[in-house]
Design a protein. Structure first.
Length: 161
């Protein structure tokens, strides 16, 4: 479940910051590690410990699934790309914080996967939108638009060693 201050399509900010609180890993559960973060109810805030509170544009709790994250964060950006805008998604965090899982860099496009992250969902959605635009133009006997898709994927490790 996501808590979001403003999910309107008319949001004029060029940068939004979202945070995802991931569930504990099996290793953390076995070590009986304590959960130190809480999502504040009905606000896009994370509470760390007892006295630190951080506010974001959007917060996803441990029960948020990959589809919710895609729908809230990536889909509007792709829709913007279809209108001629550029888009970037940046996943940042320490090792083990869930960046790779959320972005979904290990995927199989041939099979439906509930754990597929932002990248495979974005690729599928982008090309379905392209196909839809081309089909609509052909059905209206209009010139079929051409598309040029350019994507980059970059992973930076050990930035401060």
């Amino acid at each position: 479940m996501a808590v979001d201050n403003d999910t309107s399509e008319n949001d004029s900010t060029s940068v939004r910051v979202a945070v995802r609180v991931r569930p504990q890993s099996s290793k953390e559960k076995l070590a009986m590690s304590q959960i130190c973060t809480t999502v504040a109810p009905n606000t896009p805030q994370i509470i760390l410990g007892k006295d630190s509170c951080f506010t974001f544009d959007c917060v996803f709790n441990i029960h948020s699934n990959q589809e919710q994250i895609f729908q809230s964060l990536a889909k509007p950006l792709i829709d913007g790309c279809m209108s001629g805008y550029n888009a970037t998604i940046l996943a940042y965090g320490q090792t083990g914080s869930g960046k790779t899982y959320t972005m979904g860099t290990g995927f199989d496009l041939g099979s439906p996967n509930l754990d597929a992250g932002i990248i495979p969902r974005a690729v599928q959605y982008l090309f379905s939108r392209i196909s839809q635009c081309r089909s609509q133009a052909a059905a209206k006997h209009e010139p079929v638009p051409e598309f040029k898709v350019v994507a980059q994927f970059l992973e930076v490790l050990s930035l401060f060693q």
